[in-house]
Ligand binder design. Structure first.
Ligand SMILES: Cc1cc2nc3c(=O)[nH]c(=O)nc-3n(C[C@H](O)[C@H](O)[C@H](O)COP(=O)(O)OP(=O)(O)OC[C@H]3O[C@@H](n4cnc5c(N)ncnc54)[C@H](O)[C@@H]3O)c2cc1C
Length: 252
């Protein structure tokens, strides 16, 4: 079936749907069509029901944390009427690095040796210095952009750290945080992430204004589901993978 529209958006994740939602808000007369390959909206956010003590709870399997300092998503959540709650992070924590003994601790400081803690602190200071040289709007622009992009995060960690404890802990933390092994990520990409978050503490922290601070009540997939409803479900075509985009130059 052929349909004439003003705007076609590929992908019904948060990016595609927020583009559609904001365009629709700006000009409700625009004919917008979102083409989504999957049989659901949400992309890398997926919320599934989970049996709980009081009935059913909702569990995020993909993107889940937001923070008050992430102003775009924060404002969108408020606009869509979604509420947040703090990530629970008090009590006893346990840490095991590779096959070593499991250690428990209650403070925010992991049970590393004194030297490894100093090493971590020096690393944090180095990252803070470097991330301030990055312009997130154009990371390559920074003085050492090319060099930092050609260096893997793994090499950067090895060059910067001199204790095994600090290296192993950071490797685990960064792998969890980015979903990538440090060998798969460039140092520039890592520093850009740190710069966007406003510092390493913000990227790894769990306070309200830090990246793991808040969760969305009912799950993050709702963000896409609500926006899809607002632009009209008939304008979001599921199971419609885009195979090809042809660019045509029109000279007037
Ligand atoms: C396990 C995990 C945990 C995460 N945790 C967090 C977190 O806590 N906080 C946070 O901020 N971020 C987190 N993220 C990242 C966050 O989920 C993503 O950055 C965000 O969801 C990306 O949204 P997007 O719309 O840009 O892309 P996507 O969600 O990837 O959406 C792209 C959409 O396009 C569709 N598509 C692709 N190709 C085509 C095609 N050819 N035709 C039609 N449709 C197509 C896909 O099916 C998909 O639905 C996490 C991600 C994962 C996987």
């Amino acid at each position: 079936m052929e349909k004439q529209v003003d705007v076609v958006i590929v992908g019904g994740g948060i990016s595609g749907l927020s583009a559609a939602y904001h365009l629709h808000k700006k000009d409700p007369s625009l004919q917008i069509c979102v083409l989504e390959a999957n049989d659901r909206v949400g992309g890398r956010t997926l919320t599934v029901p989970l049996k709980s003590k009081d009935g059913t709870d909702y569990w995020d399997l993909g993107g889940q944390w937001v923070s008050t300092s992430q102003t775009a998503i924060w404002n969108l959540l408020k606009e869509l009427g979604l509420e947040t709650y703090p990530q629970f992070h008090t009590g006893t924590k346990f840490m095991q690095i590779e096959g070593a003994q499991v250690k428990s601790y209650r403070s925010d400081i992991p049970p590393l040796s004194f030297l490894a803690l100093i090493d971590m602190q020096l690393f944090t200071m180095k990252v803070e210095r470097l991330r301030k040289t990055i312009d997130s709007k154009d990371p390559y622009k920074c003085q050492r952009g090319k060099e930092l992009d050609s260096k893997s995060l793994e090499t950067f960690l090895k060059e910067s750290l001199w204790t095994t404890g600090a290296y192993k802990l950071l490797e685990i933390v960064l792998r969890t945080d980015t979903g990538l092994d440090p060998s798969q990520m460039s140092t520039l990409s890592f520093l850009d992430g740190v710069a966007s978050a406003g510092g390493l503490d913000n990227l790894l922290g769990m306070e309200e204004n830090q990246a793991q601070g808040l969760k969305v009540k009912g799950g993050t997939q709702q963000i896409s589901q609500i926006m899809a409803k607002k632009i009209g479900l008939e304008n979001v075509l599921l199971e419609h993978p885009v195979d090809e985009i042809i660019q045509v130059s029109v000279y007037v």
